[in-house]
Write a protein that binds this ligand. Structure first.
Ligand code: SF4
Length: 230
């Protein structure tokens, strides 16, 4: 089966908007600042972007707060570039626009309810499918409720996450809530590489586990294994 090129689909949509002189309102679900860095650098030229920070999967409130604050710090830095018209060294050609942020609820019980029975799945398995559906479902709901034109997610920048599954779930959630999902595969076109460069440039906190308690435990086990303590 031929793989769908979601990055190409996004480029085609952008070309259409540019021809029409449109600047659509986009709700961008963001998982963390490092993953947002390239996505925002790219999208802010073509869309009126509002970040939606909705991640009840993140274990421990302190970790959650740390990630939200980094997201806000990154957005503030990008907005300062716009206010001061300073784009030196950036991908932007100077047409970038200010970025907004909305914070969703942080109720970890919503995550644990969504993944019940799948706690022991390996990372990338069915537990992650439920986690994606929870986060993209809420993004789609808010997108429809608040009158955004599209929504998408920074999650497709991760080489560890299945872009095909994310795009399929995004389209399903769009249909469920009566809105439109924008296809994406931000890791393509060196997007992931650029996100690492930008993370260093902005000095962003880069966590070493995905987010949930299960991914944290697994990461700790891997670290102990490589240190030879187990
Ligand atoms: S590993 Fe990541 S995507 Fe999978 S369930 Fe945990 S937080 Fe969600």
């Amino acid at each position: 089966m031929n793989k769908i090129n979601y990055a190409r689909q996004l480029d085609q949509k952008i070309e259409e908007f540019q021809k029409q002189g449109r600047y659509p309102k986009l709700l961008l679900h963001a998982c963390c600042a490092p993953c947002s860095s390239y996505c925002l650098e790219f999208l802010r030229e073509y869309f009126d972007v509002t970040v939606f920070y909705y991640n009840p999967n993140i274990t421990e409130e302190a970790e959650y707060r740390k990630r939200v604050e980094e997201e806000k710090r990154l957005i503030a830095a990008y907005n300062r570039q716009v206010d001061e018209q300073h784009f030196e060294g950036m991908h932007s050609d100077g047409k970038a626009h200010r970025i907004g942020i909305l914070e969703g609820s942080y109720v970890p019980a919503d995550y644990y309810d969504a993944v019940r029975g799948l706690e022991d799945c390996p990372e990338g398995g069915d537990r992650c499918t439920k986690c994606f559906a929870l986060r993209l479902g809420e993004t789609a709901r808010v997108c429809a409720e608040q009158g955004f034109d599209f929504f998408t997610t920074t999650l497709t920048i991760s080489p560890l996450k299945d872009a095909d599954r994310l795009n399929r779930i995004g389209a399903e959630m769009a249909q469920k809530y009566g809105t439109t999902f924008l296809p994406s595969d931000f890791k393509k076109k060196e997007g992931y590489k650029r996100s690492i460069e930008l993370s260093y440039q902005f000095g962003l906190y880069r966590q070493d586990f995905c987010g949930c308690s299960y991914s944290k435990t697994e990461r700790e086990r891997q670290k102990e294994e490589s240190a030879g303590t187990i």
